[in-house]
Design a protein around this ligand. Structure first.
Ligand SMILES: NC(=O)c1ccc[n+]([C@@H]2O[C@H](COP(=O)([O-])OP(=O)(O)OC[C@H]3O[C@@H](n4cnc5c(N)ncnc54)[C@H](O)[C@@H]3O)[C@@H](O)[C@H]2O)c1
Ligand SMILES: O=C(O)C1=N[C@H](C(=O)O)CCC1
Length: 256
C-alpha cells in the first residue's frame, strides 16, 4: 500500500492524541507534522503554530483536523485552497459553511471528508433511526456528551435529524397548543424533531433516538465509552479521501 503523509491539527486534544497514536501505529501512514497554536505538542515531528507555516514547510497528503468549530472551518478552507485533502472530525460547522466548503472542493477537484461521528456504531445508530422514522415519524433525539464540549447540539444529532429529514415529511410534534413555561424545556428543533443536549463530567459521547408510536416506544442508542471507538473511522477516511475529488459529509456515505 502506498504511504500516506499525514498532518494533524489539534494533536494535544482528547481526539488529537488518539489520532497521533493511530497514525504512528499504521504502517502505511506517516506523521509528517502537527499544527498546534501553542506549539506545545511533542509528537517527535515538526510542530507549526499555523497551517500556513506547516504547508510552507511541506504539503501533506492528508490533514486531519480535530480542533474547534472556528479553527476547523478555517483549516479546511485553507487546506482545500492549498490542494490538500482533509479529514475533518471537528463539529459545529453551519450549513452555509458546509455548502461553501463543498463548492470549493468541487472547484478544486480535491477530496475532503467531514464526518460528525467516526464511530461505526454511531453511523449504524443514525441509519437505523432513519429507517425507523418511516414507520415512527414522532422522534426526539437525546445527545449526551462530556462537559468540555463547545458545540450544541452535537454534530451527530444534527446529522441524524438531517438523515431523517431525507425520508420523513416535516412534522409538528407534541400538542399544537403546547407552551414552554421555562424557555428551552422542549429543546432545540429541526423540522419538528426536538433535540436535547446533556453535558456532564464522566460522559464521553452518547446518543439516544426515541421514536414513539401508539402504545409503543422504540429506543435506538449508541455509546462511545472511549475515544478509541472513533479511530477505525478516521483510518478509513484517511484512506478513502485519497480517492475522492469532492467533499463527502458523513461516514455513512463511504462505508460499504
Ligand atoms: N467526528 C467525531 O467522531 C468526533 C469525535 C470526538 C470529537 N469530535 C470533535 O472533534 C473536535 C475536538 O474534540 P476534542 O474533544 O479532542 O477537543 P479538545 O478540546 O480536547 O481538543 C481540541 C484541540 O485543538 C487545539 N486547538 C485549538 N485551536 C487550535 C489551532 N488554531 N491550531 C491547532 N490546534 C488548535 C486545542 O489546543 C486542543 O488541544 C471537536 O469539534 C469535537 O466535537 C468529533
Ligand atoms: O466529544 C465530542 O465533542 C464529540 N463530538 C461529536 C459530535 O458533536 O457529534 C461526535 C462525538 C464526540
Amino acid at each position: 500500500m502506498e504511504m500516506i503523509k499525514v498532518s494533524i491539527a489539534g494533536p494535544r486534544g482528547r481526539m488529537g492524541k488518539e489520532a497521533v497514536t493511530l497514525v504512528e501505529e499504521t504502517n502505511h501512514f506517516e506523521l509528517v507534522s502537527v499544527i498546534d497554536h501553542k506549539q506545545e505538542a511533542s509528537a517527535g515531528v515538526p510542530v507549526f503554530a499555523s497551517l500556513e507555516e506547516c504547508f510552507a514547510h511541506e504539503l501533506p497528503d492528508v490533514l486531519i483536523d480535530l480542533t474547534t468549530p472556528e479553527v476547523g472551518y478555517t483549516h479546511t478552507k485553507t487546506a482545500l485552497e492549498h490542494g490538500v485533502r482533509s479529514v475533518v472530525g471537528t463539529t459545529g460547522f453551519t450549513a452555509e459553511q458546509l455548502e461553501e466548503l463543498k463548492t470549493l472542493a468541487e472547484d478544486k477537484g480535491i477530496g475532503c471528508i467531514i464526518a460528525p461521528n467516526f464511530a461505526i456504531g454511531a453511523v449504524l445508530m443514525m441509519k437505523f433511526s432513519q429507517m425507523a422514522s418511516k414507520y415512527f415519524p414522532d422522534i426526539e433525539i437525546l445527545e449526551l456528551h462530556h462537559d468540555q464540549k463547545l458545540d450544541a447540539p452535537s454534530g451527530t444529532a444534527v446529522k441524524t435529524a438531517e438523515m431523517i429529514r431525507e425520508v420523513r415529511e416535516s412534522k409538528e410534534q407534541g400538542h399544537p397548543d403546547e407552551k414552554e413555561t421555562l424557555q428551552g424545556a422542549r429543546g432545540a428543533e429541526m423540522d419538528g424533531i426536538h433535540i436535547h443536549s446533556v453535558r456532564l463530567p464522566g460522559l464521553v459521547a452518547h446518543q439516544q433516538v426515541m421514536l414513539g408510536g401508539e402504545g409503543e416506544l422504540l429506543t435506538i442508542r449508541h455509546d462511545s465509552f472511549h475515544r478509541k471507538s472513533f479511530m477505525s473511522g478516521v483510518k478509513v477516511c484517511v484512506e478513502t479521501v485519497m480517492e475522492l475529488k469532492t467533499l463527502v459529509y458523513g461516514l455513512e456515505n463511504i462505508l460499504e
